[in-house]
Design a protein around this ligand. Structure first.
Ligand code: A2P
Length: 306
């Protein structure tokens, strides 16, 4: 998996086609997608056109997508994956992830009330995982993994998994370093992918907490950027890659796409890495509050097991 990938959450229809085409032209080979981003068909057209134009081959690309919460029953996993493959115009994914340890009623893509959820004791992750294993067996997903999983949820899953999860994609950045999860995943040979590495400033207002900190404007990050002659975004991306995670900054802007990929050239000094280690505040931009509405069987505490 190439360490720096292109995030596509919040990339708008009408924009994401050009973003993916430009990203591939300038050298991105890893694209992070999901059913729920509602843009996989447009991304698929960009992938298909880039391949047809001879800019890249399928084999050179690493394409990740994610199973949505309304398809957690074993029998629903393959149909959901086939829909994603058809939208992406692919015959296999490099990586398919269980997007959240949260289940919805099958007819509820979005949730409005607590009744739209299904508790995990009714559709256990172990059941969903059997569907993921079937996807791997069928060759439709070369690798399978999870997203937003705690140490506890991964260790529970490892009790019953026939095929081990290879990746856990979680929010990671200097304000949320998750060192215990990082160490646990390393010990289990599970590779971490860092989402929202720049703080996802383009989230809708409802998804933002009051007085959120800014990663891109963090003075310590900016001092390190000035010292290294690069941008704050490049420090954040370079830090993630140097820490040994893959990282998926989202952009639809050609200049920032290039800047973000070029962060792979940055080598941060040990003292800069140590300074960044001191910024950890266990602060989540994506706090999962949206799964904890009144009447939901999920709480923020049960989601993260903390
Ligand atoms: P844009 O798409 O206009 O470039 P995250 O990856 O944490 O979800 O953050 C995505 C947000 O960060 C988007 O608003 C994106 O805007 C912005 N962004 C992406 N790359 C950079 C960069 N190099 N410098 C500043 N902002 C960036």
């Amino acid at each position: 998996m190439p360490a720096i990938g292109l995030g596509t959450w919040k990339s708008q229809p009408g924009e994401v086609y050009n973003a993916v085409r430009e990203a591939i032209r300038i050298g991105y080979r890893h694209i992070d997608c999901a059913f729920i981003y509602m843009n996989e068909a447009e991304i698929g057209q960009a992938l298909s056109d880039a391949i047809a134009a001879g800019e890249v081959t399928r084999q050179e690309l690493w394409i990740t997508s994610k199973l949505w919460n309304n398809a957690h029953r074993e029998a629903d996993v393959l149909p959901a994956l086939r829909k994603t493959l058809s939208d992406l115009q692919l015959d296999y994914l490099d990586l398919y992830l269980v997007h959240w340890p949260v289940a919805h009623q099958p007819d509820k893509v979005g949730v409005k009330t607590g009744a739209d959820f299904v508790p995990l004791n009714e559709v256990p992750i172990a059941e969903t995982w059997r569907g993921m294993e079937a996807a791997a067996d069928a060759g439709l997903a070369r690798h399978i993994g999870v997203s937003n999983f705690s140490v506890k949820k991964i260790s529970d899953l490892l009790q019953t998994a026939r095929i081990r999860p290879e990746v856990n994609q979680v929010e990671l950045h200097p304000l949320l370093q998750q060192q215990a999860l990082f160490d646990y995943c390393a010990s289990e040979n599970i590779y971490l992918t860092a989402y929202s590495p720049l703080g996802s400033g383009d989230r809708s207002a409802e998804m933002k907490a009051a007085n959120e900190p800014s990663l891109l404007e963090n003075p310590v990050i900016n001092d390190i950027a000035n010292k290294n002659g690069c941008t704050a975004a490049q420090v954040l991306i370079g830090w993630a890659a140097q820490r040994g995670t893959s990282v998926i900054p989202k952009s639809t802007n050609p200049g920032r796409l290039r800047q973000n990929l070029e962060a792979s050239n940055l080598i941060l000094a040990r003292e800069d890495m140590d300074t960044i280690a001191g910024l950890d505040r266990h602060f989540r931009f994506i706090n999962g509050q949206f799964w904890a509405m009144e009447g939901s069987p999920y709480t923020v505490a049960s989601l993260w097991d903390e």
